[in-house]
Design a protein around this ligand. Structure first.
Ligand code: SAH
Ligand code: SF4
Length: 382
């Protein structure tokens, strides 16, 4: 099997080139062809010596996972479902806004954390994605969008690791992927525009601070351990006091001077005034304006047995926090009509069979050399 060059950060690619008896600087040329120009064929890399191109053909390839489906939402959001083998699929979602283009990227097929309100959590864990599979989502989306929007310059300005999976439980694949995102010879994204979202793997937050400090979002969802234990089972291992202390330690390394807390608003569960006040107390136990709150209206799915908080409740909750001086925003739900919103990715458990059926169908389509088109709203997500 040949190596997929999407698996390497620049240092990894330099080592790969050296092993082929090539100078390290060849890696920079290759890296730029792959990530800046979206090349997948060595023959297109015109400034590489023919002998090197021939050598590369024998030992390497550049390939993203097959796209199972592609959905375009009425609001411009695009969701791609990628086949990662063995009946597993992961999703990436592009969210265009007036001043930025954000790609939401998956880090695992399924997730072992098992949060009660998350459809990925309900699926269980299948496997970690490789660095190449994480980067392929960005590589594919960026070059697809440039081609379709007929743009020469960068389309994706922000990446959030908020798709399927817990990125800090796939740390070894995550770090090189982040490095590719940040590398000026690749996507050149600023650290402030790459966000890792975590349910709170405390020791890994400390490691991220040392290895690749990007913006950090922490999924809080509750102001006390008794409630958080029931929503995010990982809280039993890393309770709130430890998590908040880790967030504080991270601040010294963070590219922004605040941490973002995400808080999924669940009707009658964590959305009361009392919860909001307890949250204020918890946050203000540490001095300074050191965090921001992002309230996410829950995106329901049948197996959760949970409901979305009423808009008035979300606003009242936000008001208590804002009045206390904690900057709190309410996340706009995007891509609702194509199930591309947070926690809806790849549908619920029983739908996995549908994912497989669709994969089969698309395999046959590909066999007929029919490209997966950008569709309208093709019913529910995978
Ligand atoms: N595992 C990481 C990142 C992926 S989840 C984490 O938990 O942070 C990305 C965000 O979507 C998290 O804040 C998560 O709590 C939120 N989320 C999950 N399911 C959701 C749902 N059904 N509705 C709204 N937000 C959800
Ligand atoms: Fe995993 Fe994040 Fe979903 Fe929790 S919310 S199950 S950590 S993907």
């Amino acid at each position: 099997m040949t190596a997929n060059l999407l698996d390497f950060d620049l240092e990894g690619l330099a080592v790969f080139c050296e092993r082929l008896g090539e100078k390290r600087f060849r890696a920079v040329q290759l890296f730029r062809w792959i990530h800046q120009k979206g090349a997948s064929q060595f023959d297109d890399m015109s400034d590489l010596a023919k002998s090197l191109r021939e050598k590369l053909k024998g030992v390497a390839h550049i390939k993203a996972m097959p796209v199972v489906s592609q959905h375009l939402s009425a609001d411009g959001t695009i969701k791609w479902l990628f086949d990662v083998g063995d009946g597993n699929a992961v999703e990436a979602v592009f969210i265009p806004e007036s001043d930025r283009g954000t790609l939401c990227v998956s880090s695992q097929a399924g997730c072992a954390v098992g949060c009660r309100f998350c459809s990925t959590g309900h699926q269980g864990f299948s496997r970690n994605l490789t660095t190449g599979e994480i980067i392929a989502q960005l590589w594919f989306a960026e070059h697809f969008l440039r081609q379709h929007l007929k743009r020469d310059e960068r389309v994706i300005s922000n990446v959030v690791m908020m798709g399927m999976g817990e990125p800090l439980q796939n740390y070894n694949a995550l770090i090189p992927a982040l490095r590719v995102m940040l590398d000026d010879h690749a996507y050149g994204l600023s650290r402030r525009r790459v966000t890792v979202s975590t349910s709170g793997i405390v020791p890994m937050i400390d490691r991220l601070a040392q290895d690749c400090p990007v913006a950090l979002a922490v999924s809080l969802h509750a102001p006390n351990d008794a409630l958080r234990d029931t929503l995010v089972p990982l809280n039993l291992k890393y309770p709130l006091a430890q998590l908040i202390a880790a967030c504080h330690r991270y601040l010294a390394h963070a590219p922004r001077d605040f941490i973002t807390f995400e808080y999924c608003m669940l009707d009658g569960v964590n959305d009361t005034d009392a919860c909001a006040r307890q949250l204020v107390e918890r946050i203000q136990a540490h001095p300074g304006a050191w965090c921001k709150l992002n309230l996410i209206p829950f995106n329901p799915f049948p197996a959760s047995g949970l409901l979305r908080s009423k808009p008035e409740r979300v606003e009242a909750f936000a008001r208590i926090l804002n009045d206390a001086g904690i900057i709190t925003t309410i996340r706009k739900t995007r891509g609702d009509d194509i199930d591309a919103a947070c926690g809806q990715l790849a549908g619920d458990v029983k739908d996995r069979t549908r994912v497989m059926v669709r994969m089969e169908r698309n395999r046959s389509l590909r066999a007929l050399a029919v490209e997966a088109p950008v569709t309208g709203t093709e019913g529910a997500g995978a």
